[in-house]
Design a protein around this ligand. Structure first.
Ligand SMILES: [Zn+2]
Length: 409
């Protein structure tokens, strides 16, 4: 069936009507203001849909329930572990919070999402099962990938239960192999093990990488070496890469070139890493950001996420990639257009999804937002948005404001 979605505005300023057939854009034509219409976009700006390439939906929205007394990564990890051991999280609780978080993301304009879920010996595949059910409830609305986030150690003494949990998660249908090798003692071996498992399972890999300001930690190089030595040809993402941002500039450039050559995507998480890192420095605290410019100059695929939202790892966050984009502009000093690419099509590429635009044949996945430009959309983050997936309206939000002037006397 052919449908018309009228009255959108491209970034060029051109007002257009979209002809949608079978979930795809059949044609983009000049807006006809005299035509009757079912769907009208009020002249709002048309943009590619947004992505959240790095979430933790099993932890989302627990800021009141799970306190992090130190505010740093170690404090968050310990607080979460203690709460989990005390039996605070049930499958229905995870389902409820994950659903609420996805609804917020959808309303913001996110149609592709990757979530890490804790894959501990205690949890086994429970979180994978819970998130698969949640995904089913959003079928046709949002693409979602589930990453098995393993515990350390993954090699050597004590690793057996953690390896078993990963195997169970893969059996349960995890889509991506994850982990935090830099938090363990045998980081290089753990990276290698993750690649071997991913290779055997035929799955992509997305590791929490160097989430520290300690410049001596550089497991991203272990990832590059694993890609090279194993000839790994699946998708590889290195999330965070905070310590790359505190290397000398020459070092940053050399490493960025190797990352680019290995085809590894880097996924910075400005919200959570500005929150967690740099708390020990009372003066001139460094930013918890990766070497954005060295990576971009080297041609590395960079896509940004929020990471945690309103939990012990990040007390705030609005589940809106425009908030991440604003931080990339303010703290990362990239242009608004670069920042938007990092929270939209670059995220799709990092997740193995085709980028989308407004050309005939593209899927009719897009947002319309009440803003005059990408820069203004990031700056104001107006909540007035329409979110389309395969030509279907999947979320609507309208912002109303009013100024009540006092009558002049
Ligand atoms: Zn994370």
């Amino acid at each position: 069936m052919r449908e018309w979605i009228r009255g959108g505005r491209l970034s060029s300023g051109r007002m257009v009507d979209l002809v949608v057939t079978g979930g795809e854009i059949e044609a983009v034509v000049d807006h006809d203001p005299t035509a009757s219409f079912d769907s009208h976009l009020h002249g709002w700006l048309l943009l590619p849909p947004m992505t959240e390439p790095h979430a933790h939906l099993d932890k989302a929205l627990t800021a009141e329930a799970v306190r992090n007394p130190t505010g740093d990564l170690e404090g968050a990890v310990n607080a979460w572990r203690d709460a989990a051991e005390a039996g605070m999280f049930t499958s229905s609780d995870v389902t409820q919070r994950a659903t609420a978080a996805i609804e917020r993301l959808l309303t913001s304009g996110v149609t592709a999402l990757r979530t890490h879920v804790n894959t501990t010996p205690e949890a086994g595949a429970d979180n994978v099962h819970a998130l698969r059910k949640v995904r089913q409830s959003f079928a046709g609305m949002i693409d979602m990938q589930i990453v098995a986030l393993t515990s350390s150690p993954m090699t050597g003494p004590g690793s057996e239960p953690n390896r078993a949990a990963l195997a169970a998660a893969i059996d349960a249908g995890a889509d991506v192999i994850g982990g935090c090798p830099h938090l363990g003692d045998r980081a290089a071996e753990s990276v290698r093990y993750a690649f071997e498992v991913a290779s055997d399972a035929g799955l992509p890999i997305d590791l929490h990488t160097d989430e520290t300001l300690d410049p001596s930690v550089l497991t991203v190089l272990d990832m590059v070496e694993s890609v090279e030595s194993l000839g790994f040809d699946g998708l590889v993402a290195a999330s965070h890469c905070v310590s790359l941002g505190v290397q000398e500039v020459e070092e940053q450039r050399e490493i960025a070139a190797r990352i680019a050559a290995a085809g590894v995507a880097v996924l910075p998480q400005p919200q959570t890493n500005l929150y967690l890192q740099g708390r020990d420095d009372e003066a001139a605290a460094p930013r918890g950001l990766t070497a954005l410019h060295a990576l971009l100059d080297a041609g590395v695929l960079v896509a940004a996420g929020a990471d945690n939202v309103q939990d012990p790892y990040n007390l705030v966050g609005r589940s809106d990639p425009l908030e991440t984009a604003a931080l990339l502009v303010m703290a990362g000093h990239v242009s608004p257009e670069q920042a938007y690419a990092m929270v939209s099509n670059n995220g799709r590429r990092a997740m193995g999804l085709a980028p989308v635009g407004f050309s005939p044949g593209d899927p009719a996945d897009f947002i319309a937002i009440d803003a005059p430009s990408v820069r203004a959309a990031i700056a104001d983050a107006p909540s007035s948005r329409r979110v389309y997936r395969a030509g279907h309206l999947v979320a609507t939000a309208d912002q109303q404001t009013q100024i009540h002037r006092r009558e002049s006397e």
